[in-house]
Design a protein around this ligand. Structure first.
Ligand code: APR
Length: 233
């Protein structure tokens, strides 16, 4: 029986692929105000600006590739029952070959009806944008399939259930600032080893976190080595 390896990832996971994080210097929230581009009120007030904010990010996403960290995580599926819980809306984990990815905050390449949220569409790589007037099959405006600030996080209970079952829990590239995602660590059993891969210090609710103070690519390689040596988990 393979051990359940649960990996919570954030924007730092994709930094080495060239996608900017949110709260590092020069991050996305240095360039845009959350309340202008990532809330339901913003979409109501200025839908063109919000749609263009995500069109810009999709046009960037289709030009970048998974990094060694994404690939290393996919390779861990050989020896572990890997569950990736990501705050990221990019699809780089899937592109790298991960087969078990839960997107807490939605998916950038998907859009959905503003009226019937079960109507979800994948945008083509060669035209990764939507504008005002693009409608679902029932004739309602399309919106990004993204969880905006102030909206519910529908996948959080499924994510908590996965965290509760972890034999090993790994946190990669998240400042653990945003809830409920950051709260997932509190569902991990006390006797389960927790690893953190991040070049910076990150405050978490556990004092016994093993910090691999490296970027995702090098950090995942070190993690894989330690897992392989049976040092943990
Ligand atoms: N490798 C690993 N981690 C890195 C790297 C790297 N190369 N570069 C930066 N980091 C780390 C930073 O040190 C920081 O701890 O990634 C983390 C990025 O933190 P944030 O920018 O806050 O991103 P994240 O934690 O994913 O934000 C959570 O906030 O804006 C919302 O919905 C958005 O999902 C996002 C959520």
């Amino acid at each position: 029986m393979k051990k359940k390896l649960v990996i919570l990832t954030g924007a730092g996971m994709s930094a080495e692929s060239g996608i900017s994080t949110f709260r590092d210097s020069g991050g996305l929230w240095d360039k845009y105000r959350v309340e202008d581009v990532a809330t339901p009120e913003a979409f109501h007030r200025n839908p063109e600006l919000v749609l263009e904010f995500y069109n810009i990010r999709r046009r960037e996403l289709v030009t970048v590739k998974p990094n060694e960290g994404h690939i290393g995580i996919a390779e861990l599926e050989k020896d572990f029952d890997v569950h990736v819980i990501t705050q990221n809306i990019d699809n780089l984990h899937e592109q790298a070959g991960s087969t078990n990815v839960l997107h807490l905050h939605g998916e950038l390449m998907k859009v959905r009806s503003t009226k019937d949220e079960s109507l979800i569409y994948e945008l083509p790589v060669d035209k990764p944008e939507i504008k005002i007037g693009d409608k679902c099959e029932k004739g309602y405006q399309l919106r990004p399939h993204i969880v905006w600030f102030g909206e519910a996080v529908p996948m959080i209970s499924e994510a908590a259930r996965i965290a509760e079952q972890a034999d090993i829990f790994v946190i990669i590239g998240t400042s653990m600032n945003v809830y409920p995602a950051a709260g997932l660590l509190d569902y991990v059993e006390r006797n389960v080893p927790v690893y953190l891969i991040d070049p910076q210090e990150v405050r978490t609710s556990r004092f016994d976190v093993h910090h691999i103070k490296k970027g995702a690519s090098e950090g995942v390689k070190e993690l894989a080595m330690r897992l392989g040596e049976g040092v943990i988990g």
